[in-house]
Design a protein around this ligand. Structure first.
Ligand code: G6P
Length: 605
C-alpha cells in the first residue's frame, strides 16, 4: 500500500507530483521518489528515505519537467532504503516504474528471465521494470507491448503500475489489478493518482480503471484498452469535494480536526438519510434485499470491524435480525458456515482494504447480495458491492480512524431503524433516531470541549505506563476494543480492550501497582458488574478511571457522558478515548497522524 501519482503535459509537473504525494502520505511514508522528464532530453530521478518533506528538500531548483511519476512507499519487499524506494528503473535507464501492491511470483520471474541482470534493490518492482526492458530489447517490442507481455506473466493479489519510457517521454503507461488507480482529466494535461484527494487541486474529473485494462496517457489523450485489446470509451465522473477539505487548517494534526468534526458528521448523516420527521430515507431495494435475508454478516478490518461489533447490537435490537461480525482477513480464508440467505455488509472507510475486498470477491462469486458502507465514493468496494451507502464524513487523513468509526455506527443505526420499521419491530418504531443523533451531536460537542481535562487525564494515567486496559461489558466491551486500538496505534502503549468479566479468568495477573484500567459504564444492565470488576483490579493495585453515562454515575466517577439512548452510547464513550490517545501521543512527541509501521489504506492482504 503505497501512493502513486503521475502527470503529463504540465510544466508544473514537479510541484504537482510533490503536492500529490503529500496528500497520499496516509498510504505509506517510509520513503519516496519522483522521476520527471522535460521532453528536451533532460530527466531527473530523486529518491529518499523518509517523508515527502525530505523528498522536497532533496529536489533542487534545477529539477524540472512536464511529465513525471512519483511514489510514496510503505515497505513490503525489502527494507526501507533509497535503493528500494520507487521509481525503479531498468539498467539501461530507459524505463521508469512506480508500483503499489505485491507480485507473488517475482522470485520465479527473476530466476527464469533475469538471472544475468544485476539488481540494485530487493523489490519485486525492479524485477518488473527489468523484465519490461528485457522484452523490449530481445523481442523488439515497443513500450506498450513489452509492458503487456510482462503483465501477462505476473501473479499478484493486487497491483497498480505507472510507467514511463524515455523514448516516448510524454506518455504514461498504466495498468492495475484490484489496487486503486484513477486518471484525472485536466485541460491540456492529464494526471494519475491512487486517490482523487491527491489531484483535487488539478481537476475534479476522474476516470476509473477496470482490472486488466492498460492505458496510455498523453497530454491530450487517454487511450484505454481492455484485456482483449479493444479500445474502451469511458466518461469521467465528477468528484464533488473541495481541495480545502483535505487541509488541516489551524489544527496541529488531522486527528484532532477529525475528532472535532464528529458532531457535524452526525448532523450531516441525519440530513442525508433522514426526513424532516426522522423517517429513514434509504433505497427501498436495499431494505427489501436485507429483509429477505435470514442473517447479516458484517465484515471489516481494524476500526471498521469494531464499528461492526456495535452494529451487530443495533441490527439485532432494532431489526431483530441475527448478525455476525467478522474480521475480513480471517473470513477470506476460513469462511464460516453461512446461513441459507446471507446478506453481507462491508464496513470500510477507504473502500479499498484488500482483506475486505477479497471477501467481497468471494461473496460476488457466490451470488450473495451485499452493501458497502464507505467514506469514499467510487471506491473499489463501493463499485463492486450490490449497494453502497456513503458516510459523508469528509476526507479522513489521520491514520487513526475517528470520525469514520462514529459515522459508521450512526449509519448502521439509521439502517437498522429503517430495516426494523420495515419488518414492523416496535422497538424500531419507538426509536427516534433523528432526535437521538441530535443529542449525540450535542453530547460529542460537550466532550470535545473538555480537551484540557482529557489532556490532564492522559498525563495522570497514561503517560507513565507502557500498558493499559480498557474494559467493559457488551457494547462497552466493543468500545473498549476500539479505545485500546486508538491508544496502541498512535501512542505505542500496549493496550488491551477486555470484556471486564473475563479479566479474572487469567488476564488480571497482568495488573500491577499503577496499571491504568479504564472502565466504560454506559449500560444499566451491566453497570454494577463492571464496577465490581474495576474494584477487583483496584484491589491488585490498578489505577482505575471511569467513563460513565450520566444516569449511571456515582460519586467519584471521572468522566461523565451525556445521556443518549443506550444503543448509541458508543458514539459518545469513544470520544474521550480518542482524545486520551491523542494527548498521550502528542505529549510523547510522536507523529500523531502518521504512526510508525502503519498506513491508512491497506491494499495488500
Ligand atoms: C488500516 C488503518 C485502520 C483501519 C483499517 C481498515 O489498518 O490503519 O485505521 O481501520 O485499515 O480500513 P478501512 O478503510 O477498510 O476502514
Amino acid at each position: 500500500m503505497c501512493g502513486i501519482v503521475g502527470v503529463t503535459g504540465n510544466d508544473n509537473a514537479v510541484k504537482i507530483l510533490l503536492n500529490g504525494l503529500e496528500k497520499l502520505e496516509y498510504r505509506g511514508y517510509d520513503s519516496a521518489g519522483i522521476y520527471v522528464n522535460d521532453q528536451k532530453g533532460q530527466d531527473y530521478l530523486v529518491k529518499t528515505k523518509g517523508r515527502i518533506s525530505e523528498l522536497r528538500s532533496k529536489v533542487t531548483p534545477d529539477v524540472h519537467g512536464s511529465t513525471g511519476i512519483g511514489h510514496t512507499r510503505w515497505a513490503t519487499h525489502g527494507v526501507v532504503s533509497v535503493a528500494n524506494a520507487h521509481p525503479h528503473f531498468s539498467n539501461d535507464d530507459r524505463f521508469y516504474l512506480v508500483h503499489n501492491g505485491v507480485i507473488d511470483n517475482f522470485q520465479e520471474l527473476k530466476a527464469k528471465y533475469l538471472s544475468d541482470v544485476p539488481f540494485r534493490s530487493q523489490t519485486d518492482t525492479e524485477v518488473v521494470v527489468q523484465l519490461i526492458d528485457k522484452f523490449a530489447i530481445e523481442d523488439n517490442l515497443d513500450a506498450k507491448a513489452a509492458f503487456l507481455k510482462t503483465l501477462s506473466l505476473l501473479k499478484g493479489s493486487s497491483y497498480a503500475f505507472l510507467m514511463m519510457d524515455r523514448e516516448q517521454p510524454d506518455t504514461l503507461f498504466v495498468a492495475k489489478n484490484k489496487s486503486p488507480l484513477l486518471i484525472g482529466v485536466g485541460d491540456g494535461f492529464n494526471v494519475v493518482c491512487s486517490d482523487a484527494l491527491a489531484m483535487l487541486k488539478e481537476t475534479h474529473n476522474f476516470l476509473e480503471l477496470m482490472d486488466g485494462e492498460v492505458v496510455t496517457i498523453t497530454p491530450d489523450k487517454v487511450a484505454i484498452q481492455d484485456a482483449d485489446g479493444n479500445a474502451v470509451e469511458r466518461k469521467p465522473f465528477h468528484v464533488d469535494m473541495n481541495a480545502d477539505e483535505t487541509d488541516k487548517g489551524t489544527y496541529p494534526f488531522y486527528m484532532l480536526k477529525e475528532v472535532d468534526e464528529q458532531p457535524n458528521v452526525m448532523r450531516k448523516l441525519a440530513q442525508t438519510y433522514l426526513s424532516e420527521h426522522g423517517e429513514p430515507q434509504i433505497d427501498d431495494k436495499l431494505i427489501a434485499a436485507m429483509e429477505a435475508a435470514d442473517r447479516l454478516y458484517i465484515v471489516g478490518a481494524g476500526t471498521s470491524y469494531h464499528a461492526g461489533l456495535v452494529g451487530k447490537r443495533l441490527f439485532e435490537n432494532l431489526a431483530h435480525i441475527p448478525t455476525e461480525v467478522h474480521v475480513s482477513s480471517e473470513f477470506a480464508y476460513e469462511q464460516p458456515m453461512l446461513s441459507k440467505k446471507p446478506f453481507f455488509i462491508f464496513l470500510t472507510q477507504s473502500g479499498e482494504t484488500a482483506d475486505s475486498r477479497e471477501v467481497l470477491v468471494n461473496v460476488n462469486d457466490a451470488g450473495y447480495p451485499s452493501l458497502t458502507i464507505t467514506n469514499v465514493q467510487n471506491s473499489t468496494l463501493s463499485r463492486e458491492a450490490t449497494y453502497t451507502l456513503l458516510l459523508h464524513a469528509g476526507p479522513e487523513i489521520a491514520v487513526a480512524s475517528t470520525k469514520a468509526y462514529t459515522a459508521q455506527i450512526a449509519l448502521e443505526a439509521i439502517l437498522a431503524k429503517a430495516l426494523g420499521e420495515a419488518t414492523g419491530q416496535i422497538v424500531a418504531q419507538n426509536f427516534n433516531i433523528r432526535q437521538q443523533l441530535g443529542l449525540v451531536a450535542t453530547g460529542m460537542q460537550a466532550i470535545v470541549d473538555e480537551k484540557d481535562t482529557l489532556e490532564q487525564l492522559s498525563n495522570d494515567y497514561l503517560m507513565k505506563s507502557n500498558k493499559a486496559f480498557y474494559i467493559g461489558r457488551g457494547i462497552d466491551h466493543a468500545v473498549s476494543l476500539e479505545a485500546a486500538l486508538k491508544l496502541k496505534e498512535i501512542s505505542y502503549v500496549q493496550a488491551e480492550g477486555f470484556a471486564s468479566g473475563e479479566l479474572k479468568h487469567g488476564t488480571i495477573a497482568l495488573i500491577e501497582k499503577g496499571t491504568p484500567v479504564i472502565g466504560f459504564i454506559t449500560q444499566a444492565k451491566t453497570a454494577g458488574l463492571t464496577r465490581s470488576n474495576l474494584q477487583e483490579t483496584m484491589a491488585r493495585g490498578a489505577k482505575t478511571l471511569t467513563i460513565v453515562r450520566e444516569s449511571l454515575a456515582i460519586e467519584g466517577d471521572n468522566l461523565i457522558l451525556p445521556d443518549v439512548d443506550e444503543m448509541l452510547m458508543p458514539l459518545l464513550s469513544v470520544v474521550p478515548a480518542q482524545l486520551l490517545a491523542y494527548y498521550t501521543s502528542l505529549n510523547k512527541g510522536l507523529d500523531v497522524d502518521k504512526p510508525r509501521n502503519l498506513a491508512k489504506s491497506v491494499t495488500v492482504e
